[in-house]
Design a protein around this ligand. Structure first.
Ligand code: TRP
Length: 355
């Protein structure tokens, strides 16, 4: 646990429903691979789910359990990695308050991802006071574990930037780290927090099958990791094709099809050959889709199998047991961080222990 000397990773998902291929190429794939080398923490951001669904606590609970199943199916190994249930790690909520003082109102309200969400989710004049808070909360999610890396999709980059800002400021203000310190040097100079780096996924932004927006459950354009073989095939058939000019020559940069090719046909020779034959008109959209489908099905087949073993009440029990075990391990690390942070802030009024 805390004796693990490997560098740490923290990342997470908001339980809003089942995970899809966008999550896989954006971050999940990387997480699975990083488990060997790093001390990994994977956070279930269930508190954040309340920012928009505070009226649906039971749905949030069900989605939280579903994500654990998706993670296990995808290859996350709870014996090697720690699963963190946000609402059972009090240090996160406490650190959120401290970081809220170190970031300006404009830092938060100008965060491009937040601005985009307020627009696209139709929240413009109705969002709660708590909604923008999640961005500060995310700084605490991350820094509570003092990780070196945060593997995320491209859309999360502004949040990681905010987190880095909060970490620098804390270290400068409360740990006497000089202002011009290089990011990598903060811990060596006495800072409580490392300045964590984002690891952006292999495919920054996977479009939905409509080719218009990014893949998202709420936009109805997603292929879920737990979709049946038949559903995956049906959805892939609908992936938007490239447009063609008057001579019938396709523009591969249009539509969503070739983003899917790049995302899932990763062998460079195979990928190049497909593009070449398509451009020359030797093969058409349908053929390309068949090849993408074969690759996606091969990726999802073992996930489907692992997931099948987690269906029903026994699967729920397994997920709940993993959450419970993770909470213990997560709090060991997060409480240590909180202790160090409070000490730096002259808030050392006696160290508490969680039961
Ligand atoms: N905001 C992230 C998302 O919606 C989820 C998240 C919450 C997260 N806390 C985090 C991701 C900390 C990385 C690190 O995808």
């Amino acid at each position: 646990m805390t004796t693990d000397s490997r560098a740490r990773i923290l990342t997470g998902d908001t339980p809003t429903g089942r995970l899809h291929l966008g999550h896989w190429v954006g971050s999940l794939e990387r997480r699975v691979a990083l488990q060997d080398q790093y001390d990994c923490y994977f956070l279930l951001a269930n508190m954040h789910a309340f920012t928009t669904r505070f009226d649906k606590p039971q749905d949030i609970r069900a989605d939280t359990i579903e994500i654990v199943k998706d993670w296990l199916a995808a290859g996350i190994d709870p014996d090697r990695s720690t699963i963190v249930l946000q609402t059972e790690v009090p240090a996160i909520a406490e650190l959120t308050w401290f970081f809220a003082m170190l970031l300006s109102f404009n830092d938060v309200m100008g965060n491009p991802t937040l601005v985009h969400e307020l627009e696209t989710k139709g929240l413009k004049d109705t969002y709660s006071f708590g909604f923008p808070m999640y961005t500060v909360g995310q700084c605490a999610d991350i820094l509570a574990f003092r990780p070196t890396f945060v593997p995320v999709g491209e859309d999360q980059a502004p949040h990681i930037e905010m987190c880095r800002k909060a970490a620098r400021k804390f270290n400068q203000l409360y740990c006497n780290v000089p202002n011009r310190t290089e990011d990598d040097d903060y811990p060596a100079r006495g800072g409580v927090f490392p300045i964590p780096k984002a690891l952006i996924g292999r495919v920054g932004r996977l479009p939905g099958i409509d080719g218009k927006q990014k893949m998202s459950k709420s936009l109805g354009n997603a292929i879920f990791l737990s979709d049946s073989e038949k559903d995956v095939q049906k959805k892939l058939n609908r992936v938007q094709n490239p447009t063609r000019n008057e001579q019938g020559v396709p523009d591969l940069a249009t539509g969503a099809l070739f983003t899917f090719v790049d995302a899932f046909i990763t062998d460079p020779a195979h990928n190049a050959d497909l593009r070449d034959r398509y451009q020359r008109g030797v093969i058409m959209d349908g053929h390309v889709k068949q090849e993408v489908a074969a690759a996606v099905q091969a990726l999802l087949a073992p996930m489907r199998e692992r997931r099948a073993a987690l269906e029903g009440p026994a699967g729920d029990d397994r997920a709940l047991a993993i959450i419970k075990d993770g909470v213990k391990r997560a709090n060991a690390t997060a409480e240590e961080t909180l202790h160090l942070a409070k000490k730096a802030m002259s808030l050392d009024f006696g160290r508490r222990t969680l039961a």
